[in-house]
Design a binder for this molecule. Structure first.
Ligand SMILES: [Zn+2]
Length: 295
């Protein structure tokens, strides 16, 4: 019996080649042979195109003789998270695909960003190119981009990066305003901190700061410097040695003294000194440094 032709939809995996063009070829060869990222600059518009193109998209000037080299540093201008998997993808999802404007360029280059948790990815992130160990003569000769060192420092030192003897400090002058604000924050309106006439009768002879005020200056050390952002404080012990007077400049210091491999915790020796070098307090802390960044 005769019936209509029936159309079956299908998909082909089709290997193919294409000529990269004069401009594209030079870009890929410089990337492969010299690990250089080349762009072209329009002399009329003063715009730098990366990846390069043979004519300016604005004024149609021929650009093939106006090569400029870009440094492998740039800024993420836009990004998306790839969560579906397809055989043609260069890496396994999920991964970050970003538009990166290299320093000195006016157009973005699309590439993969690694070395940052997806949840922390943001536009404006400074990144640097990591070149592939083995060439494929494609844009994948740049293996990926990753956050530059500044960002790594922001996230703090991981357990493996910390070494015994590393130390960091934070210094601040304790003003009368600090003491009044701290009284309000803590609810501790003890007259020895707020009433000079009362304080004259105490062993100190004048007002002193709340002990917890200089003590809390260790927080920016642990949380923002060593180990740094991402650190969880588990324990802080303090023994007070001397009062902090109004106007004293206190330096809080933390030093790594023990790495507890089993828990991946770190023990730190703490000290607080004033501008005369006198020990105001000493103690110890147990902290959980930030987890390593995923590759
Ligand atoms: Zn132009």
């Amino acid at each position: 019996m005769q019936s209509d032709c029936f159309v079956v939809e299908g998909k082909l995996a089709l290997p193919y080649q294409y000529f990269a063009g004069k401009t594209g070829s030079r870009f890929l060869i410089a990337l492969r042979d010299e690990k250089k990222i080349m762009g072209v600059k329009c002399p009329t518009c003063d715009k730098v195109f990366v990846p390069p193109r043979s004519t300016c998209e604005k004024c149609f000037t021929l650009l093939t003789d106006n090569w400029v080299e870009l440094k492998p540093f740039g800024t993420v201008t836009n990004f998306t998270i790839i969560r579906y998997g397809e055989p043609y993808q260069p890496i396994k999802p999920p991964y970050i695909l970003a538009q990166i404007r290299l320093d000195g360029a006016d157009t973005p280059l699309t590439h993969i960003v690694k070395g940052i948790p997806i949840s922390q990815m943001k536009t404006g992130l400074k990144v640097k190119a990591v070149f592939a160990k083995k060439t494929t003569s494609t844009i994948m000769d740049i293996d990926h981009f990753r956050p530059d060192e500044k960002f790594k420092m922001e996230l703090g030192y991981t357990f493996d990066e910390l070494e015994i003897g590393m130390s960091a400090s934070f210094t601040k002058t304790i003003s009368e305003t600090d003491v009044y604000l701290f009284a309000g924050i803590s609810g501790d309106f003890n007259p020895m901190h707020l009433n000079e006439e009362f304080a004259k009768k105490t062993p100190f002879g004048t007002r002193i700061a709340h002990g917890a005020l200089p003590q809390c200056l260790i927080a920016p050390v642990l949380g923002m410097k060593l180990p740094g952002l991402g650190t969880v404080a588990l324990e802080i012990n303090t023994r007070f040695r001397a009062p902090t007077y109004f106007g004293d400049t206190i330096t809080a210091t933390g030093e790594i003294i023990e790495k507890i491999e089993k828990k991946r915790w770190v023990r730190m020796a703490l000290s607080w000194t004033n501008q005369k070098g006198e020990l105001v307090a000493e103690g110890s802390a147990l902290v959980f440094p930030p987890a390593p960044l995923p590759e």
